[in-house]
Design a protein around this ligand. Structure first.
Ligand code: NDP
Length: 282
């Protein structure tokens, strides 16, 4: 009887890596779908990133994720970029295609995938709170998904203006920067509100982005990138005002589903992956 003891490998390079729950979610999907694949969570220091990528190449890894602080630096070690990763200027998922390592960015794609369970973003106006890495990925993918106008609200004007310019110049949507000096009121006519700042992240769970909750209308979809805790104060306030909401776990699972599709070709069961994260009781 012949055996195949060679398991296809994927994984993650980050620093720190110990608190990243992605391995639990991805390996739950491998098990559920009967795939003999593995996902190896690796702590990789910035100065070792090139060697780690060379190692993944040498060992025939099918792909890997990159998280903080490697999302931009990894680009120098790859053979090409997907379209939105090129616009965003950062990569979180690497895929081995025909012997080449191609960088993709699934942060924003995962967000849009989760949002689509609630509404089609096409034709809407959006407010994005934040202008960091997550906001950049979310804003670009919203624009590519047909959002017509984005208001970028951010504390640092330089980052906010840079993101608004990027959207206007590189995507079909128009974007403006709005300074965050005092409580921000969501403009009437906004369809989608996204918190892409780190405000509300554990352990600072009582913190909430400084927006006027009374400006939230029931026809708005309010989403939060924070996955720990999934039910943030912002989402609680939005639900109390009759808004539909999308949580950060949906974004995390969405990224995983898209990454698994890139690596294995399967359409992974999002519910199994979400449950694997919930079982961790983050
Ligand atoms: P960055 O450090 O790149 O950006 C942080 C952003 O938050 C900046 O816009 C920053 O504003 C803003 N910010 C921080 N503190 C405050 C504050 N007190 N008031 C107002 N704005 C503030 O981080 P990332 O973009 O990589 O990550 C942001 C969040 O998104 C994290 O909490 C992360 O957990 C989450 N995330 C979730 C994912 C998921 O799958 N659910 C995936 C990726 C990220 P300024 O520019 O002025 O400093």
């Amino acid at each position: 009887m012949s055996h195949d003891f060679l398991q296809p490998l994927t994984g993650s390079f980050a620093c720190p890596a110990a608190e990243n729950p992605t391995v639990a979610m991805i390996e739950a999907a491998f098990r559920h779908h009967g795939l003999p694949w593995r996902y190896i969570n690796c702590e990789v220091a910035p100065e070792d990133l090139g060697a780690a990528v060379a190692g993944a190449r040498a060992m025939g890894w099918r792909g890997f994720n990159c998280s903080i602080p490697h999302k931009v630096a990894v680009i120098d070690h790859l053979d090409g970029l997907g379209d939105s990763a090129r616009i965003i200027g950062a990569v979180n998922t690497i895929v081995a295609r025909d012997g080449k390592l191609i960088g993709e960015n699934t942060d924003g794609k995962g967000f849009v995938r989760a949002l689509r369970q609630i509404c089609d973003p096409a034709g809407h106006r959006a407010v994005v709170l934040g202008a960091g890495g997550a906001a950049r990925a979310v804003a670009v993918e919203l624009a590519l998904a047909g959002v017509t106008h984005l208001t970028i609200v951010n504390r640092s004007a330089a980052r906010g203006e840079t993101l608004a310019r990027l959207i206007t110049e590189k995507t079909p949507a128009e974007a403006v920067y709005h300074p965050w000096d005092g409580t921000f009121a969501i403009p009437a006519g906004t369809g989608i509100v996204v918190n892409a700042t780190s405000v509300g992240l554990y352990p600072d769970v009582e913190a909430t982005p400084d927006i006027d909750h009374d400006s939230l209308q029931p026809d708005m979809v309010v989403s939060d990138g924070i996955h720990n805790p999934p039910r943030t104060r912002l989402l609680q306030a939005a639900q109390a005002r009759g808004c539909r909401t999308a949580d950060g776990l949906g974004m995390l699972v969405g990224q995983g589903v898209i990454g698994l599709k890139y690596w294995t070709g399967i359409d992974a069961d999002a519910e199994v992956m979400r449950q694997a994260l919930l079982d961790l009781d983050l």
